[in-house]
Design a protein around this ligand. Structure first.
Ligand code: GH3
Ligand code: MG
Ligand code: MG
Ligand code: MG
Length: 311
């Protein structure tokens, strides 16, 4: 029974100090349509691993320079997230060696003389498991990303906002750097919905989110929709002057979208109000107080006539 086509492209790293063992393993696995690379000891194996990133490592235990146990330990350190399948193939049959092999991260263990049908199945299964594991990890990462993204506007959602705000708050506290938070709220948006309908309202929010994203582009900055028609911008390492610049540009960009709003009481177009605050987080200060300060500034902007920012 041959390996299936997907596995046939898999790359096997054979590590053994005996040329004869390497040769018979190579011959057998090449017949199974695997690609093969070889190493003569642990040190060569690590170099080769870094160079070609094989799908599986067949690892002898006793070798000069660096043995299989040490090599396996080092492989886990190199790529701890990738779950490299290491299959130990060794003459050592004692309990201690078996235990040690699994402790240092080997995924499977077979003894010499090699039972070829068993080897074939183990190699096949280990590669399949590792590929499945990698796919699951990719799906998991994507899911983690999705739960922090707002489905409508594709900026961060409230959860993404809260996680990032907390993270950057802690970082700015450690680094004693200024953190700025801008809160934006669309003016008279209830009447916008009442006038144009909820779907047009949604499209308006998408445009506003995009306009904000186009301005807030520095790596480390985050745009979020933290409420219905409320957006937040987190600006790490940004002082009052920087935040003033960004807040002004955001208000201006929304004005320039020139989205008609015939029932707005401040303009013929959709506008936003914004409030921001800048702090260097201290040990005894807390981030809810920072959020509340930005919210108070936003309220002041509303009270002062909307279509403006206050800090
Ligand atoms: P103000 O200038 O004081 O902010 O007035 P406002 O009408 O914007 O304030 P209010 O908080 O009373 O209304 C917010 C409105 O935003 C309520 C709701 O109709 C609308 N809204 C909230 N979330 C969404 C959404 O996801 N889609 C749409 N289309 N509208 C939303
Ligand atoms: Mg050996
Ligand atoms: Mg609101
Ligand atoms: Mg509003």
């Amino acid at each position: 029974m041959k390996a299936n086509p997907q596995e046939s492209q898999s790359l096997v790293l054979i590590v053994d100090d005996e040329p004869f063992i390497r040769m018979i393993l190579r011959n057998f696995l090449e017949r199974e349509a695997y690609q093969i690379v070889e190493a003569r000891n642990g040190i060569e194996a690590l170099t080769m691993y870094n160079k070609v990133h094989p799908d599986i490592v067949l690892l002898d235990a006793i070798m000069p320079d660096m043995d299989g146990f040490e090599c396996c330990t080092q492989l886990q350190i190199l790529d701890c997230s990738k779950h490299i399948p290491v299959l130990m193939i060794t003459g050592l049959e004692d309990e201690e060696s078996v235990d040690r092999a699994f402790e240092v991260g080997a995924m499977d263990y077979i003894t010499k003389p090699i039972h070829w049908p068993v080897l074939r199945q183990r190699v096949k299964r280990l590669i399949q498991q590792s590929q499945l594991q990698q796919k699951l990890e990719a799906v998991n990462l994507e899911l983690q990303r999705l739960v922090t993204i707002d489905g409508l506007t594709e900026v961060a959602n409230r959860r993404g906002f809260e996680e990032y705000f907390y993270q950057e708050w802690q970082r700015m506290k450690r680094e004693q750097q200024p953190l700025s938070l801008i809160l934006c709220d669309v003016d008279f948006f209830k009447s916008y919905n009442d006038t144009y309908g909820h779907r047009v309202g949604d499209r308006c929010l998408i445009k506003i989110a995009q306009a904000i994203k186009d301005i807030v582009k520095r790596p480390g900055d985050l745009v979020a929709r933290y409420g219905g028609e409320e957006f937040a911008v987190i600006l790490p390492n940004t002082d009052t002057q920087g935040a003033t610049y960004v807040a002004e540009k955001i208000c201006d960009a929304v004005r320039k979208l020139a989205i008609p709003h015939q029932n707005s009481q401040v303009s013929r177009h959709v506008t936003i109000s914004a409030g921001f605050t800048t702090v260097i987080p201290q040990l005894n200060s807390d981030l809810e107080e920072m959020f509340a300060a930005a919210d108070r500034a936003l309220y002041q902007a509303k009270k002062a006539g909307r279509d403006r920012f206050v800090h």
